[in-house]
Design a protein around this ligand. Structure first.
Ligand code: ZN
Length: 173
C-alpha cells in the first residue's frame, strides 16, 4: 500500500500555528506585500503567503482574500484568480528552486486536517527526487527563521513584478 505524502498535515500536527492575531489569511492593512506576515502578494481576490512552518523551501499558501471556509462559496472570478495564481506560483517556484514536482493540496474542514479551517487555502509544495532527508533538515524548527527570511526575499521580486505588470489581476472586475 502506498502512503500519501501530505505535507499540509503539519498545520494540524502543530496545532494552530498562526502568530498573527486573528486569521492568518487576513493580514492587517491592504498592502500588496508585508514581510511581517510573510505576505508575498495580495490583490483584491487572492493572496499568497510563505508558510512559516514549511515542509520544503518555497512552501506557499494561496487563499482567496475573502474569509470563507468552503470551496462552494467561491465566486467564478475567485476560482479564476486562485487557479491562475496556482499557475503563477508553480512557475515562480520552478524558476527559483527547479523542483522535480509539486504537491498542490487543500484541506477542507478540521477532520480533513485543516489547521485553519475557517479560511479556505491551498498549499503548493516543491518536491525533489529523494528529498525526504532534505526536508527533515528544513523542517527543523531551529533552522526555519533564516530559511524563511531568505526564501521570502528570494521570491518577493517575482511577486512585485506581478503587481506592477499591466496584466496584474488586481482590477475591480
Ligand atoms: Zn481569514
Amino acid at each position: 500500500m502506498k502512503t500519501f505524502w501530505t505535507p499540509w498535515r503539519i498545520e494540524h500536527v502543530r496545532g494552530e500555528a498562526t502568530v498573527v492575531p486573528g486569521c492568518l489569511f487576513d493580514p492587517p492593512g491592504s498592502s500588496a506585500f508585508d514581510q511581517e506576515y510573510l505576505l508575498l502578494y495580495r490583490d483584491k481576490k487572492v493572496l499568497v503567503l510563505l508558510n512559516r512552518y514549511p515542509y520544503a523551501h518555497g512552501h506557499l499558501l494561496i487563499a482567496p482574500v475573502r474569509h470563507i471556509d468552503s470551496i462552494s462559496a467561491l465566486q467564478s472570478a475567485e476560482n479564476l484568480a486562485l487557479m491562475e495564481m496556482l499557475q503563477t506560483c508553480s512557475a515562480i517556484l520552478q524558476k527559483h528552486f527547479s523542483p522535480d514536482g509539486l504537491n498542490i493540496g487543500c484541506n477542507i474542514g478540521k477532520s480533513a486536517g485543516a489547521g485553519i479551517a475557517e479560511h479556505l487555502h491551498f498549499h503548493i509544495v516543491p518536491r525533489w527526487e529523494g528529498d525526504h532527508n532534505f526536508m527533515t533538515v528544513l523542517a527543523d524548527i531551529r533552522t526555519i527563521p533564516e530559511h524563511i527570511s531568505a526564501t521570502y526575499h528570494r521570491l518577493l521580486p517575482d511577486f512585485l513584478e506581478l503587481i506592477s505588470s499591466p496584466s496584474a489581476k488586481n482590477d475591480d472586475s
